[in-house]
Design a protein around this ligand. Structure first.
Ligand code: XIL
Length: 339
């Protein structure tokens, strides 16, 4: 009798743990999907809850800042891998994959690089050395790199940057070739914002990556950052159409930096959170439906540490957990669509 009671108790305990085991990570895994978040090293080191939720909900992470040029390569002859390594080690311990972000960008450049007066040959040598060093260092640990980030401006022209100005437009293909030489197994991505659907910017990106493919430059995919607003949601049809045309070039498409701002939306807080949840749900649905999308990464996971309020200097709540790590309607929407 006592034994039977014990068995029933154990069984019901098991069931309730199973119910709480319903998390994004296990649901995504069943769909063969990588679900990730951008991660801040300082916060990871300080906050146990941040670490716990991250490892429970995600099977992939992107260093939010510490693999960018400036933090990684602060002086011409010195690299600082330590803060990025903290994240790579955390990923290893928790059986997560790492997206490398980012090798070539107009932003986050060290002073020594920006202030230098380089010839074309010198700057090419600097970029090649940087890419070789970083990609080789993380060989086998980073599964995909954002090789070139935001090289197309909002008016669809090539963005002015030290790379374009000094090297010329072929810095883009050089970067992909060098990254491939440093690690022939890692996947290589072009990553940008404001080009999720079909518009003049995504047309320009399409033309760029098509020309890279035509010339056999090693590129595996395009990252759609997906920094969007709940009141101006991206059209699911247009994002699907963009993914499809990139797929026809043989390219993968990953959602790489999703967050959904709600401050411009009208209505009650509840209505704003519902609108936000719908955007997360729709974009996850588009990715799951597309043949060439198997990776969905958010730019953070708790509103407590989102870059948006700092960057736009106004409060917002663009992520799927609130400041107290409670799941928001957006979280439930992702669970629902993954289920
Ligand atoms: C942002 C980080 O989130 C901030 O912490 C940092 O101050 C600036 O960069 N597109 C990108 C990311 O590719 O690297 C940016 O990250 C956000 C926009």
């Amino acid at each position: 009798m006592l034994l039977a009671l014990g068995a029933v108790l154990t069984l019901s305990l098991m069931c309730s743990t199973q119910a709480t085991n319903l998390n994004l990570r296990s649901l995504a895994q069943k769909q063969g999907l990588n679900i990730g978040a951008a991660v801040l090293t300082g916060v990871l080191q300080k906050e146990p809850t941040y670490r716990r939720v991250l490892a429970r909900e995600f099977n992939m992470l992107t260093p939010e800042n510490h693999m960018k040029f400036k933090p990684l390569h602060p002086e011409r002859d010195r690299y600082d891998f330590a803060p990025a390594d903290v994240l790579v080690d955390f990923a290893k311990e928790n059986d997560m994959q790492v997206r490398g972000h980012t090798l070539v960008w107009h932003h986050s450049l060290p002073e020594w690089l920006e202030k230098g007066e380089w010839t074309r040959e010198e700057l090419m040598a600097i970029l090649q050395e940087h890419i070789y060093t970083v990609v080789e260092r993380y060989r086998g640990q980073v599964v995909e790199w954002d090789v070139v980030n935001e090289a197309i401006a909002d008016d669809a022209s090539l963005r002015k940057s030290i790379w374009l100005n000094v090297i010329g437009s072929d810095y883009i293909e050089m970067a992909f070739r060098w990254a491939h030489e440093a690690d022939p197994t890692v996947k290589l991505f072009y990553n940008d914002y404001g080009s999720e659907g079909i518009n003049s910017k995504s047309d320009a990106i399409y033309a760029l990556v098509k020309s890279l493919r035509d010339r056999h430059v090693p590129i595996d995919g395009v990252g759609l950052q997906m920094h969007v607003r709940a009141d101006k949601p991206p059209s699911a049809e247009k994002v699907a159409a963009n993914m499809k045309r990139l797929g026809e070039l043989g390219l993968e498409v990953h959602i790489t930096e999703m967050d959904v701002k709600i401050e411009h939306a009208t209505g009650t807080l509840e209505e704003k959170l519902t609108a936000q949840a719908n955007v997360y749900r729709d974009m996850m649905q588009v990715c799951l439906t597309a043949e060439n999308c198997d990776t969905f990464v958010l730019w953070g996971f708790t509103d407590l540490h989102s870059w948006i309020p700092r960057y736009l200097k106004q409060p917002d709540s663009p992520l799927i957990f609130d400041k107290f790590y409670n799941p928001k309607p957006a979280y439930d929407a992702l669970v629902e669509v993954l289920n």
